[in-house]
Unconditional design. Structure first.
Length: 315
């Protein structure tokens, strides 16, 4: 399985980030600058996985516009096999965010209407069926319609391959509701986890049971600078991220954590150590001004791993 392609089906769009130069003043004009790059939860993870040496194929809807060309160029630069559904008369999805000087998100606007056209019927096309049959693992995100995610979960189960997902946001994670039992792992932050299970445990050891209760067999919950929790059907672990003095931008940190974790886990690494790899990948990303750090590699990951403390076994 380690040599087989990871098939990624999900968000691949353009990120526009405005960074405030000084202290944030709500309700007023704030000096700053704009930065544009390719983004999307699934696409960010795909590019990180490719830079970590994995064979990755991307399938995602795209418009016939300049933004679509930005996505295609980013895929090529990272070594991702890019096979989009292109709609020449549509606009490529986009995500526009305002970032504070210290790198934290103020607010964001997502224009993701095109993803609705990635319907379950697309998965039934011969090329898609063959791609799934040849894959060693599937990765998606909650940018896609709920019915497409359900169909994808069914096909992964029938093919006998793991399906992992990225939650994207509290508003979108609910699209994965009926697919939860089929997921090998779901990567989410605390707000997204709270939306799924309707609880917010103060004790990190209580998160796994809260999420298992709604049907999720395994997942990873990030909690800002506090401990990151990973669990499966048998165990749970926590890793406290190291302090990062030179914070670049938190955009993409969760996606890189997912890629570092999956790269290790697909190679047979237990979840406690896979979680350390995920945190190390996130460390590389938050040091970078980019959502996908150009320096991401197995060598860089090994260096960052030396900064990550041992995992605490929760159960």
């Amino acid at each position: 399985m380690t040599d087989r392609t990871i098939l990624v089906m999900g968000g691949a769009h353009v990120d526009r980030r405005g960074r405030i130069a000084g202290e944030t003043v709500p309700g007023a004009s704030n000096p700053g600058g704009w930065f544009v790059e390719a983004g999307g939860g699934a696409f960010n993870a795909a590019r990180n996985l490719a830079r970590l040496g994995r064979r990755v194929r991307l399938v995602s809807p795209r418009g016939g516009d300049t933004d679509g060309e930005i996505v295609a160029a980013a895929a090529q630069a990272a070594g991702v096999e890019d096979t989009p559904f292109t709609f020449l008369d549509r606009a490529t999805p986009s995500y526009t965010a305002i970032i504070e000087r210290d790198g934290n998100l103020v607010i964001a606007l997502a224009d993701m209407e095109l993803y609705r056209l990635f319907s379950p019927r697309r998965l039934q096309q011969r090329a898609m069926r063959e791609a799934i049959a040849e894959a060693g693992a599937l990765l998606t995100d909650a940018n896609l319609p709920a019915e497409t995610l359900e169909a994808m979960a069914t096909m992964a189960r029938e093919a006998g391959i793991p399906l992992a997902a990225i939650a994207i946001s509290p508003a979108k994670v609910v699209r994965l509701g009926k697919s939860l039992p089929a997921l090998a792992f779901l990567f989410m932050n605390e707000a997204e986890a709270r939306t799924l299970c309707g609880a917010s445990p103060e004790n990190p050891a209580d998160w796994p049971d809260a999420l298992r209760a709604v049907g999720l067999r395994a997942g990873v919950v990030t909690r800002g600078g506090r401990g990151v929790i990973a669990f499966d059907e048998k165990r749970a672990a926590q890793v406290v991220p190291p302090a990062i003095p030179a914070l670049g931008d938190v955009t993409g940190a969760g996606d890189s954590l997912a890629s570092g974790f999956l790269d290790a886990w697909l190679g047979g690494t237990p979840i406690d150590e896979a979680l350390r790899h995920g945190v190390a990948a996130a460390v590389i990303t938050v040091r970078s001004p980019l959502a996908v750090a150009e320096e991401m590699s197995q060598t860089a990951l090994a260096d960052a791993l030396s900064l990550v403390p041992p995992a605490e076994i929760l159960s």
